[in-house]
Design a protein around this ligand. Structure first.
Ligand code: PMP
Length: 428
């Protein structure tokens, strides 16, 4: 129709072009025109504070990253079957952040590709086909990875090779998060065995972002990793969300748990918006996979991706972003806890560094998850020029995830806007 032509509204054009696959935020979608640091500028002339950030982690349009990409694209950008020095320079720098045993890194373009490859490596290494994941996990969008992403499922069932366990930190485990999570993983392995399926891996996002952000107590992942190994499977840490210093405490989320994964996957913030992902594993695992299958990725870790990735590591170091995430994260967490002490609808505030979850409930004993209030708050924050999203099995957890260069003052702007939004929505 007429609205679908170039003269139609952007929203109508998008819906005509992408159809049912178009997914947008907000009751009133926003047209973005530019961004810098923690701020995005919209076509309505307003500036929005970005608290839904898991890609441009060192800040939007960071000049050092922009310059590195522009320089490299003007010199050399090729597929991955020639030698080039930028990719090796990047991998040497990246590997310095990883456990020494994981000394092979295969670069991809997305987190989904990285997890798909990790699944194939684990299947090849163990002879098992089974995967254990948390019940609201998201690991990506390929056919295989969608099968281990319960949160992406709108109807139907997971494959019979997949078993789920409650996320650590959910009420299911009481005070013994580590022991409860280990027992749940053992139970999942038994259910798989009951169907004749041997485990290939337990795969966890080590900050459990789509499950609702569960960070504590540090160390809770280690017993579960032992349990999957005792059953013949591998432990895969999906670091797409917690990696690259997001948690403030460490460069990698698994490091907070004092566990060395068999495989680490990564993506999103790796190149600040230039598509880049990767899989780190031991040379033995990579060699065994390549004996039977082999791997080629046309764009993965090309010289421009490598230059962008290097620039990101430069900025993180030069600007002390891990320490900033830790310090500003504590400040935001403290202010959110103070707010929750005054408002019974805030029933949980938790997180690590600049990744914080805030549960919103209908007051009661116990409070009931309130996804409607959460949606109202997200739209209320949008009206106050703060961009944020939701997570969790019941969709009632605010996902607080700003760029790592956030200042305390910007953190205060968010908490003040949240307080104002909640005040404008008095409990029914
Ligand atoms: N793993 C996790 C934990 C993620 O959050 C995502 C993306 N939201 C992915 C994997 C997939 O990454 P990508 O969208 O780059 O394929």
């Amino acid at each position: 129709g007429a609205a679908a032509g170039p003269a139609g509204s952007l929203l109508a054009r998008r819906q005509a072009n992408i159809g049912a696959a178009s997914v947008l935020f907000y009751r009133e979608p926003i047209e973005m025109v530019s961004a810098r640091g923690c701020w995005m500028e919209a076509a309505d002339g307003r500036r929005y504070l970005d608290f839904y950030n898991n890609v441009p982690s060192v800040g939007h349009a960071h000049p050092h990253v922009v310059e590195a990409i522009a320089r490299q694209v003007s010199v050399l950008n090729i597929h991955t079957r020639y030698l080039n020095r930028w990719t090796e320079d990047y991998l040497d720098r990246l590997k310095a952040t990883l456990p020494a045993a994981l000394s092979n890194v295969v670069l991809t373009c997305t987190g989904s590709e990285a997890n798909d490859l990790a699944m194939r490596i684990a299947t090849e290494a163990t002879g098992g086909q089974g995967f254990v994941v948390t019940e609201a996990a998201y690991h990506g969008n390929t056919l295989a990875v969608t099968g281990i992403s319960p949160s992406a499922l709108k109807r139907g069932a997971l494959p019979t090779t997949v078993e789920t366990v409650p996320a650590p930190g959910s009420a299911a485990y009481g005070n013994d998060v580590a022991g409860g999570f280990r027992a749940a993983v053992e139970g999942a392995v038994q259910r798989l065995a009951g169907r004749g399926v041997a485990p290939a891996a337990l795969i966890c996002d080590s900050i459990f972002s789509s499950d609702g952000v569960f960070a504590d107590p540090p160390g809770f992942l280690a017993p579960a990793a032992q349990a999957i190994r005792a059953a013949g499977g591998l432990f895969i840490a999906d670091e797409v969300q917690p990696g690259f210093a997001r948690t403030g405490a460490a460069f990698w989320g698994f490091a907070r748990h004092a566990v060395t994964p068999d495989i680490v996957t990564m993506g999103k913030p790796m190149a600040n918006g230039y598509p880049m992902g990767g899989v780190a594993a031991s040379p033995d695992l990579v060699a065994r996979f390549c004996e039977t299958v082999g791997y080629f990725n046309t764009f993965g870790g090309n010289p421009v991706a490598a230059a962008a990735g290097l620039a990101v590591l430069d900025v993180m170091e030069a600007e002390g972003l891990q320490e900033n995430a830790r310090v500003v994260g504590v400040h935001v967490l403290d202010r959110l806890r103070a707010l929750s002490a005054q408002d019974p609808r805030i029933t949980g505030v938790r997180g690590a560094g600049l990744f914080i979850g805030v549960d919103l409930c209908r007051p009661g004993d116990p409070g009931q998850p309130d996804p409607e209030l959460t949606t109202t708050v997200i739209n209320g924050l949008r009206d106050r020029c703060v961009l944020i999203g939701a997570a969790g099995r019941y969709g009632h957890t605010l996902k607080v995830r700003p760029p790592l260069c956030l200042t305390r003052e910007e953190g205060d702007l968010f908490v003040d806007a949240l307080a104002d939004t909640l005040a404008s929505q008095p409990p029914a």
